[in-house]
Ligand binder design. Sequence first.
Ligand code: GLU
Length: 550
Amino acid sequence: MDYNKLAELLFPSVTLTVADLEAKYPSRNLPEGARVTRFAPSPTGYLHLGGLFGALTDVMTARLSGGVAYLRIEDTDKKREIDAGVSAILGGLNAFGVKFDEGVTLDGETGDYGPYKQSRRVFIYHAVAKELVQKGLAYPCFCSEDDLSSMRAAQETEGTSIWGYFGKWAKCRDLTYEQIADNIANGKPWVLRLRSDGDDQRRVAFDDQIRGKIEMPENIIDEVLLKSDGVPTYHFAHACDDHFMHTTHVIRGEEWISSANKHIALFKACGFKLPKYAHTPVIMKIDENDGSKRKLSKRKDPEAAVSYFVEQGFPKEALIDYLLTLMNSSFEDWRRANPTADAFSFPFTLKKMSVSGCLFDMAKLTDISKNIISLMTADEVYARTLEWAQSYDAEFASVLSSDEAKAKAIFAIGRGGKKPRKDFATWSEVKDFIGFFYNEYFEYKDGVGDFAKSDVITCLKCYCDTYDASDDQNAWFDRIKAVAEQNGFCPDMKEYKANPDAYKGSVADVSSFVRVAVTGRQNSPDLYSVINILGKAEMLCRINKFTEQL
Ligand code: GLU
């Protein structure tokens, strides 16, 4: 058959050649050893935690080698696409500070290797496809859905070990030019298939950058390269895009391992150099109900969506640090040695990436987050909480910003010292911790416990009578001790422990009467600081209210 003639029949308007494309997309001018990576999501409007994990792996790999990480949108499957699908993904990446050097952005794209959306790269796929046809390496297939179903049924009956379009089942593989021309003249839809030269008795191998050598049988399937609407399949687009965009390291989910033999065959057919592959592990979790280990699921687990962490208000640094602990087990030691360093400067290596232990652990993320927030300044905590609240709790945002100095003073309690308070892990938890400072949210949550009402009232009255706003912390506490002593409570904790029956309680109990009356709860930040922020009038008012409702 004259393949050039066939190529003209199939792609009459394609004049661009692979050589033109090679000239349009020359090698990148990068230093030796620089890695080019890409994050290639479909525009589903949903960024899975595993996607952020992959994107972070791409960015870290490129950055540490002085290379380039770019963002490509794989929008060839219109069924999976939703409106604003790209902006939701970009929003998730931006929220956690994962930045690409080139590719699709919120307002277009940047870089010399575009377009970065597959739907705009059809001219590239068609040029490569035409050349494959010219070389006899691809052919049109006119099989209908029905033909393919009957083929599958026949394969089932025969019990073939491999299913798909290959060998004797590949009915269109040997059509003559005339048959093809007739079909096309009759308007029969066609797909373009690879003419595989594979043999399942032979094996192919590649060196996975995370998992080491992976071997599998050669691909023998005549894979679809272009669908009947001319749109490429993932496999074909992957070969064309990663070749012309000069990707050196294809980092993608482990679900693609089993397709690697198809990709090896395709790169070979196209005459492209195979990139290095790194197949990342899937993020798993322990199921709350049955304790089994399973994939983090979009359907069952709210925390599978990156947007969940934005809505909850996890600081971006916390999620990134947490993902890095999953990516390289040496991260935690590095973090201990470099507590304030930018996480993106961590010397991440693909080779040390764990393939098994990728278990999502909310408790650990929470711990990391509390720690990171505890190291922030009061101004920073104020700004971040306010920013979160402006999107998710407008009322709290206006309460906070109505008195900036007060809010900052609240956040300053217990902060800045050697052992800072580790109270909240997310911005959404802040209101619960500090709400009592504001009358809008103040309520009595806890009681004082088993003490005679009259004792509680007398102690509080005595406390109010002697309170002096000019006292320093020691003087203030001495007065509480005095109140304790006057009312049959032990002022000294050691003495009280030795002799509990001799007293109604201790100075700690008297403090807790004041604490509960003023904050509504048994646990609060440093009471002296709390009272200083509230002011004497508000303190007296709350104590009054408390004793009235006792
Ligand atoms: N668009 C593919 C996906 O969303 C990307 C796989 C790859 O990175 O090659 O799974």
